[in-house]
Ligand binder design. Structure first.
Ligand code: NG1
Ligand code: ZN
Length: 560
């Protein structure tokens, strides 16, 4: 590292002293904390993103968001050239960078890393970093810190894309690295045109159930509602009403949003008896999660949740149907054949009934730890990989090889075969690959996928919800002295440490029919999460409560 670069670092980093007594870690989804202590972290992630761009000689993304967390929190994460999450082998460097205690130490760490990774810092090959933020007020000053971090690396250029959903930024990074200089308008155009294409390919006569009725969307008082207001004006044949768009003065994620609806299973603010019989859905604060729900015709505020597992199952049904139409007329062993490998990826939070259902359909289901970085990576191993977290975060990935084959099939077919069922199935799969965000789980493209499939099947939301019945479940959080004391294995289903805790969990679980329970440290909050499932709601509640007590005994503030 030359002297100019060294003194640039020293002077700019002296404006961003790290918070005292806080240890930050690049968790499930980047760094997250109270916004008031994040300035130095975001500045340092700016440096990290710039180094990553130089290393990969590609466009990198930096997103400022704390998703479903409360409005006083914020966070920052990096999008890699593929549009996916930061490569996991850079996470330890992210941690050391964020926790460096003074400018001198920071410069030494960077110099060492730059040398190890063979990164050239002479400005001869300039690179771009796309910046975006959600609607949190703190995003504004944090974005400035990110710009300063990027500006402290010679040859790195920050491009401020303004307020975007997290998946919009991931999508832009991916597209730009594919050589297309896209804007937000291109994103909306792509979604609306591929949605139109899918709807036009629906079998005639299947629209009746829902073509004229509307979808009501809870925007979590965040960026998603705002963007959906724009997108909906570009859609034909789908009426969307957005509530909690943030314009009515509501607070981000407070009594609203996908996380609230999924965890509390109650109606979000501004929904109620007027919505009985209507399809309702909820986005989270940065619009990368989506759940649907039904308001039952009772006086309580409870809802029927149609969660990420049901969205995944709906997608799986549709894709399987298209693949079987294709395979019916193709000899997969012939020269033009293709044995498409379809895989489903879930986490331990997936409702047991969903996994049973998917396996009954004959699908291959695998599990990864929580966090889309794991699910995404696994799903990318298939020709078509569908992944979802129960909380509504997920997408469908297509391999390049399979897409090439599909494209070739649609053009190769004779004029007679064009318009055949096989041709339509291939076109539908291609439209899905355009509509669904290949970079990250995306609530806006997810809504359009769900709506197009419901039209295709001629299904109401009730019909969709009935594909299987969820096992009752309960999630709790426990505050502990040090959450890193819990180390898990087997896709987080077993707690390896502290010693004896798993045996205690097993003993509680064994008391309940169809009981299943696990604990893990949250990657986004300072808590241990408890998940319990059993044959009745009371049993699931009791199991979760008793395991929360176990956690408290082993790790709580009175434990030592
Ligand atoms: P943590 O806090 O690590 O449980 C939560 C979600 C994840 C993921 C991330 C990122 C649950 C139980 N966990 O992570 O699935 O979505 O936030 O937003 O929903
Ligand atoms: Zn989110």
């Amino acid at each position: 590292m030359n002297e100019d670069q060294r003194s640039l670092f020293l002077s700019s980093s002296s404006h961003f002293p790290p918070p005292q007594g806080v240890k930050l870690s690049y968790g499930t989804s980047g760094f997250r904390a109270d916004a008031s202590i994040l300035q130095s972290t975001v500045y340092r992630v700016g440096i990290l993103a710039a180094l990553r761009a130089l290393k990969t000689q590609s466009v990198i993304g930096l997103m400022i968001t704390a998703s479903h967390n409360k409005v006083s929190d914020n966070g920052v994460k990096v999008a890699d050239p593929s549009g996916g999450m930061l490569s996991q082998d850079w996470e330890p460097f992210a941690d050391t960078l964020a926790n460096a205690h003074d400018p001198q130490h920071l410069v030494e760490l960077i110099a060492e890393f730059v040398q190890k990774e063979n990164i050239t810092l002479d400005g001869t090959k300039p690179v771009e970093i796309l910046l975006a933020r959600d609607t949190r007020p703190s995003g504004e000053f944090l974005l400035e810190a990110a710009k300063q971090g990027i500006g402290s690396i010679i040859g790195a250029v920050a491009l401020d894309m303004g307020i975007l959903t997290t998946p919009q930024l991931h999508w832009m990074v991916r597209a730009r690295n594919g050589g297309v200089k896209v804007s937000e308008t291109d994103y909306f155009k792509k979604l609306s045109s591929s949605f139109r294409c899918l709807v036009d390919l629906s079998p005639s006569g299947t629209h009746a159930n829902n073509v004229d009725d509307k979808l009501v969307v809870d925007g979590a008082n965040g960026v998603g509602g705002e963007k959906l207001e724009i997108l909906k004006t570009m859609l034909n044949g789908l009426a969307i009403e957005v509530r909690n768009s943030g314009k009515e003065g509501g607070v981000l994620n407070e009594g609203v949003g996908a996380d609230y609806v999924q965890k509390e299973k109650v109606v979000p603010f501004s929904f109620g008896s007027q919505d009985v019989g209507i399809r309702c859905s909820s986005l989270d604060g940065d619009a990368d999660r989506l759940v649907y729900f039904i308001v039952p015709s009772t006086s309580s505020n409870k809802i029927e949740l149609v969660d990420g597992d049901k969205i995944l199952s709906l997608f799986a049904i549709f894709i399987t149907e298209q693949l079987s139409i294709l395979n019916k007329e193709i000899d997969v062993k012939a020269k033009n054949g293709y044995q498409c490998h379809l895989g489903i990826v879930q986490t331990a939070y997936a409702n047991g009934a969903s996994t049973d259902y998917l396996k009954q359909l004959g699908l291959e289901v695998t599990f990864t730890p929580t966090g889309v970085k794991y699910l995404h990576e696994k799903a990318a191993e298939y020709d078509i990989g569908i992944y979802f977290e129960a909380n509504g975060h997920g997408t469908i990935l297509f391999s390049e090889q399979f897409l090439c084959w599909l494209k070739a099939r649609t053009t190769e077919l004779s004029d007679v075969a064009k318009g055949s069922e096989q041709h339509k199935a291939a076109l539908r799969l291609l439209a899905v690959s355009e509509l669904i965000n290949q970079a990250a789980g995306d609530a806006l493209s997810g809504v359009l996928m769900v709506e197009a499939i419901l039209k295709h099947m001629g299904w109401s939301i009730e019909r969709w919800n009935e594909i299987y019945e969820d096992l009752p479940s309960r999630q709790l959080k426990v505050k502990v002295v040090d959450r890193s004391a819990v180390v898990t294995a087997n896709a987080e289903t077993v707690a390896v440490t502290p010693p004896g805790i798993q045996e205690a969990i097993n003993a509680e679980t064994a008391k309940h029919p169809r009981g299943r329970c696990f604990i893990r440290p949250s990657g986004t909050e300072d808590v241990i999460r408890v998940y319990a499932e059993a044959s009745s709601q009371d049993a699931a509640d009791n199991l979760a409560q008793s395991v929360a007590k176990v956690v408290d005994q082993f790790l709580g503030f009175g434990s030592s």
